[in-house]
Design a protein around this ligand. Structure first.
Ligand SMILES: Nc1ncnc2c1ncn2[C@@H]1O[C@H](COP(=O)(O)OP(=O)(O)OP(=O)(O)O)[C@@H](O)[C@H]1O
Ligand SMILES: [Mg+2]
Length: 331
């Protein structure tokens, strides 16, 4: 089966007072139908910009997609008209963002927001849209749907609002959902419930999912594949279990040391990734992670390591083989 989403050599830039920010600097990846792909990386690494580019939601100015190809369900996203793009967003591609309060309209009832989506994207009449809204609330585990649909966003808890966002994301039978930090604003216990719900729904409805997250525990438990971003590029990509257990990039290793591991009986000390993320307006010709990397050698300053490897586990590091050996020995 061909991939559902193909992102090929995507470049997205922002012109800022401080200079040109190459927020996404040549990333390529695919998402298969029904597959869950996680994008992880520190703040500012380009995760959101890469996702917003796929939705063509980059504010222009100051931003622009300058190069690359995005194909979704066989269509060239870059060639679609604005009207066609509005159809795709919320239709074939559902979206869940970090803070539902900013994505939900505060002056419309929950019910009206859901039925509006259904009327707009699926041409349903009010009554059909209402029946579907009731069904959707059941699907995301919200009891007493008729009463909830009459409420406004501020009358619901954070976890409940995120369930509503998920209901809206799946409302029009999307092929893909893009979720950008969908649980970061929630309590830990609620986070787990929301993640379980997304996992269950994407499986049941056979929807592909791109989940952007800081939390590597999410990656291990919920994703099929992981893309690790650093300074606008992919530095590692592979099956989730492989990346989690046998990281091949020093940045991924550092990230893994900085989060609680589910697979370690007793937690060793958690180390934040040392050093500062790079200034994207001042990147040189070498590997962007080099200043923070204890494996760095001369060649790392001369050119960017390409993303390569065996099979489908890729890393952008000149020393990935030695690193893998060391990680294996330490485990
Ligand atoms: N509207 C904008 N104008 C200027 N620069 C921007 C804009 N949006 C994003 N950027 C820059 O693009 C880079 C990547 O940002 P992005 O939001 O994708 O990071 P992120 O990985 O999602 O971080 P976080 O984990 O904090 O959400 C950052 O340097 C950011 O400052
Ligand atoms: Mg972000």
């Amino acid at each position: 089966m061909p991939p559902l989403l193909v992102v090929n050599d995507l470049h997205t830039e922002f012109r800022t007072g401080a200079g040109l920010v190459r927020a996404v600097d040549g990333i390529s990846y695919t998402v298969d139908p029904g597959e869950t792909v996680a994008i992880v990386g520190e703040s500012g690494s380009g995760k959101s910009v890469s996702a917003l580019s796929v939705l063509r939601l980059i504010p222009d100015p100051p931003g622009r997609i300058t190069q690359g190809e995005i194909r979704f369900a066989g269509r060239d996203i870059m060639q679609l008209t604005d009207a066609e793009m509005r159809e795709v967003r919320g239709g074939d591609i559902g979206m869940v963002f970090q803070e539902p309060m900013t994505s939900l309209n505060p002056v419309l009832t929950i019910g009206r927001q859901i039925t509006e989506t259904l009327e707009q994207h699926r041409g349903m009449d009010r009554a059909a849209a209402h029946r579907r809204a009731v069904e959707l609330l059941g699907l995301v585990g919200i009891a007493d749907a008729e009463r909830r649909l009459k409420q406004y966003p501020h009358q619901l808890s954070g976890g409940m609002r995120q369930r509503i966002m998920i209901a809206m994301a799946v409302a029009c039978d999307p092929k893909l959902i893009i979720a950008d930090e969908p649980t970061t604003a929630l309590d830990v216990t609620i986070q787990a419930q929301i993640l379980e719900l997304m996992k269950e729904l994407t499986r049941r409805l056979n929807v592909a999912l791109i989940i952007i997250t800081h939390n590597l525990g999410v990656v291990a438990r919920y994703a099929n594949r992981v893309n690790v971003m650093y300074a606008g590029r992919l530095v590692e990509s592979g099956p989730a279990a492989e990346v989690y257990h046998n990281p091949r990039h020093p940045y991924t290793m550092a990230l893994l040391r900085s989060v609680p591991r589910l697979d370690r009986p007793r937690q060793e000390r958690l180390d934040p990734v040392e050093g500062q993320p790079p200034d994207l307006t001042r990147l040189d010709a070498g590997c962007a992670f080099r200043p923070r990397c204890r494996f760095a050698v001369d060649v790392c300053a001369m050119k960017r390591p390409p993303l390569e490897g065996t099979g489908n586990h890729l890393a952008a590091c000149f020393r990935s083989h030695e690193i893998e050996r060391e990680a294996g020995a330490a485990a």
